[in-house]
Design a protein around this ligand. Structure first.
Ligand SMILES: O=C(O)CCC(=O)C(=O)O
Length: 243
């Protein structure tokens, strides 16, 4: 019998080696359906936003969003990597519409973030099935051991972040596709090189990024438009500071 402590040790070792881990079947189909409806509702309410850009200040005033990122099944995963005192730093639905979903060019998350120390874990919750055809997330395993590089502005082609890492640093032949079912969760390190291709398929590809920090990580910029007050959950003490 494998005990949960052994399982956690195994997953932590994999994360330390590769910079990512995958958890299957984390959230049930009812909650995932609610998240999917939530995306449609957010888009109807904010028609000026592209579906790849549902984030930041929307979170603080949205009870469903707060309920979702506070789900114990997600916090249990975050706890494996950052311990039990968990705060939310940021959250972002990246919903790529059929045929027209923009790519996310290769990048390292940590180079965008005002965090000290850079202790943060991203959970990427699949709201839709996610495949190479509809632009699933891709990583270059092992690149989390690289230092953080300055991202370069890139606006000549459509892309979600308007920037990318120096392409010379990317060996695309080593890329791994995260093929996920709705309700699965991938986890990645702030230094890992990752991105995703455009959605050229007939199916939407929606994922929710959730960036959790231990409460010992400081947010060093005061440009933090959507801070929420501290409150406690039954499981952990959790502070929301969506960035
Ligand atoms: O959803 C995507 O395609 C990319 C996500 C990403 O870059 C991230 O979670 O840091």
């Amino acid at each position: 019998m494998v005990h949960s402590q052994d399982k956690h040790e195994h997953v932590r070792q994999k994360y330390e080696r590769d910079g990512y881990a995958i958890f299957r079947n984390v959230l049930d189909s009812n909650l995932i359906q609610e998240a999917s409806n939530h995306v449609d509702w957010l888009l109807a309410k904010n028609p000026e936003l592209r579906p790849e850009h549902l984030h930041h200040r929307l979170v603080a005033s949205d009870p469903f969003w707060v309920r979702l990122i506070s789900d114990d099944r997600l916090l249990d995963i975050a706890e494996i990597f950052i311990g039990p005192n968990i705060a939310l730093f940021a959250s972002h639905y990246i919903s790529k519409p059929p045929s027209d979903g923009k790519p996310v060019l290769w990048h390292q998350d940590g180079s965008y973030w005002p965090l000290e120390p850079m202790e943060v874990i991203t959970l990427w919750l699949a709201v839709d099935d996610s495949t190479p055809e509809n632009g699933c997330m891709r990583v270059i395993p092992g690149t989390h051991t690289m230092s953080l590089h300055q991202m370069k502005q890139r606006t000549d082609i459509p892309n979600v972040l308007s920037s990318e890492i120096d392409p010379e640093l990317v060996d695309e032949s080593k890329a791994v596709d995260f093929v996920l079912k709705a309700g699965d969760v991938s986890v990645h390190h702030p230094n890992i090189i990752h991105g995703s291709n455009a959605n050229t398929s007939v199916k939407r590809r929606c994922g929710l990024t959730i960036r959790y920090i231990p409460t010992s990580t400081r947010i060093t910029s005061n440009q933090n438009p959507s801070s929420l007050p501290v409150w406690s959950l039954a499981k952990v003490s959790m502070r929301i500071c969506a960035w």
